[in-house]
Design a protein around this ligand. Structure first.
Ligand code: ATP
Length: 258
């Protein structure tokens, strides 16, 4: 049994795709993908190299326009919506570490991120009360993500794992309903993997998380739902115990496990 098999009914669906497909010049990269992502649940998208995981991510965030299918966010059809609007509606993709400013401190990075959704960055002069609110929110975000001890460290001086957590913190400044993480454990040592996994679990108590992840022990540990792609199509879906016992999944992963 997966450590996080859902014992109770899943909360509401916040992001769903039906019949999602993408062709590139006649090559079908993604075909007939159905997906339901739930509030307060961690959903993994897994599959061997070239299975279509990144393409599905790009379709959901609207960085790519689907060839077929329909996507709904919080009950609204976003199939034709532009990526910036989708982000403002609450579907936010965590960019890679380069989104963090290396020479700013941890606190400064979070403050910069917080100024964006509040529209404060466009203001020349800020009333003291706005700054106080901003500082309080920044400190709260740092505390939530275990970054308080590093608040005055330059981002460049953080460990790889902490940089990833800071990057997640800047994304959370937008207060997303759905957070998409692209291989959050990539390139990390075991200690950082455990720390970041704990943070993602915490973050997901307030929102949905959809992640592409190659580290299957992390998927087994923290993900409530797993969708397995192969050659652009779903070959299995369910909790980790269910999909890992599926003969098609075992065959797909033979020789591909990392
Ligand atoms: N812009 C593109 N033009 C043509 N083919 C593409 C394009 N983007 C992706 N593909 C193809 O679509 C398929 C799925 O690619 P995708 O990157 O989504 O897979 P993935 O599961 O994310 O792989 P990986 O685990 O290696 O990152 C691959 O065969 C890839 O070559």
């Amino acid at each position: 049994m997966s450590a996080v098999a859902a014992e109770v009914a899943d909360p509401r669906v916040v992001l769903s795709a039906r019949g999602l497909g993408k062709d590139f010049a006649g090559f079908t990269a993604v075909n007939d993908v159905d997906l339901d992502v739930h509030h307060a649940r961690i959903h993994a998208l897994i599959g061997p190299n070239g299975a279509g995981k990144t393409t599905v991510f790009n379709l959901l965030t609207k960085f790519l326009q689907p060839t077929r299918g329909r996507i709904e966010l919080l009950g609204t059809d976003i199939t034709q919506t532009k990526p910036d609007k989708v982000a403002r509606m609450g579907l936010v993709r965590s960019f890679q570490i380069s989104a963090v400013f290396p020479h700013l401190t941890v606190l400064e990075n979070v403050r910069v991120a917080l100024q964006r959704p509040n529209g404060l960055s466009t203001q020349f002069w800020l009333p003291l009360s706005s700054l106080d609110r901003l500082n309080a929110r920044a400190e709260a975000l740092l505390a939530d993500l275990g970054l308080t001890p590093y608040r005055d460290s330059r981002a460049a001086d953080l460990s790889y794992g902490r940089k990833r957590v800071l990057e997640i913190a800047t994304t959370l400044a937008l207060d997303p309903e759905v957070l998409l993480l692209d291989e959050p454990m990539a390139g990390m040592g075991q200690e950082d993997v455990a720390m970041v996994a704990g943070i993602i679990r915490e973050v997901a108590t307030q929102r949905a998380v959809l992640m592409v992840e190659h580290n299957l022990s992390v998927v087994a540990d923290i993900c409530h739902h797993v969708t397995v792609l192969q050659r652009g199509e779903i070959i299995a879906a369910g909790d980790y115990a269910t999909v890992s016992a599926d003969p098609r999944v075992r065959t797909a992963y033979m020789g591909n496990e990392e």
